[in-house]
Design a protein around this ligand. Sequence first.
Ligand code: GLU
Length: 302
Amino acid sequence: MTTPPPLRGRFAPSPTGALHFGSLLAAFGSWLAARSAGAEWWLRVEDVDRGREVPGAALAQLRTLAGFGLEHDGQVTWQSQRGELYAASVSRLLDAGLAFECHCSRADVAATGGVHRACRPGARRTRPALRLRVPDGSRVAFEDAVHGRTAQQVDRDVGDFVLRRADGFWAYQLAVVVDDADQAITDVVRGADLLDSTPRQVLLQRTLGLTTPRYMHLPLVLGEDGRKLSKSEGSLPVDAADPLPTLRAAWRALGQPPSRLPTSGPLRDVLAAAVAGFDAGRIPRGPLSATALHNAAAMPGP
Ligand code: GLU
C-alpha cells in the first residue's frame, strides 16, 4: 500500500518590509488551516523581485513568525536561489510554442488597456520579456474555500501575462506556480488580494501539466484610508515581543469566537487552543477595517 502524500500548506511573504497586521493574519490563518488539518506548514521567502526587496526584511519576518510561535516544517526556501527551476519551466513552454518573447514596451501594452493579445508589429527591445500565450476563450474557474466558485476570462481580463520581466527578474505568477508544485503544496491559504491572480496560476498549472492545489483566500485588512495595508509602506507592523493581543485580534478577524481562546497563559497553550477551536467555515469574506478590529479588541468578546 502506498501512503498518500502529506497535506502541506505554506506562507510565502515577499521581503518588502516588516510583517503588518494583514500579513500576520494571512500567516496565522494559513498556519491554523494547516495545523487543524494535521498538515505540514512551510515557509518560502518570495524574493524574486530584488528591486522591491528591503535588506534584512526576510530575516526579520522569519523572526516575527517565530516570536508568534508559528513554527514551520522543512527548510525555509528562497526564490532567489531557485532560478534554474523557473528557467526550466519557461524553456519547456517556449519549446512548445506556449510562451513567447515580447518586445512591446509598457506604453504599447497600456495602449491596449494593459491587456496584451499581440505584439506591436516591429517592436524591438534589447531585453524582451517572456509571456505566456493565453489562448482565446481561456475562461478559468476554481473553487475557493471562502469565496466559493471564482471565475475569470483570462484572455480578455488579463491577456498574455509575463513569466520573465524585461529587467530579467522572474515574475511572481511563474515562480509561485513552479514552487507550489515543486514543494507539493496541497493547500494555498493567503490574502484575498491574490484572488484575481489565482485563475492565471491555475491556467499556468494546466499548461505545465501540474496539479492545482486547494485555495482559500482570507479577508484583507484595510487601513483608515480604505486601502490595503502594505509591507512596503510600513503599515501597522506587529510586535512579536507581545504576541497575544495581536493573535487575539487576528483570531477575531478570522471570524473565530474569542471565547475559544484562554484569556491568559503561555503562548503555546493559546496556540494549541486556537488549533483545537479553529473553524474555517466561519472565516468572513471581508474586507475588514483595521480601525473596527482595533475598537472591537478593546471590548469584551462573546
Ligand atoms: N509573496 C506574496 C505576498 O507577500 C504572497 C504570495 C502567495 O501567497 O501566493 O503578498
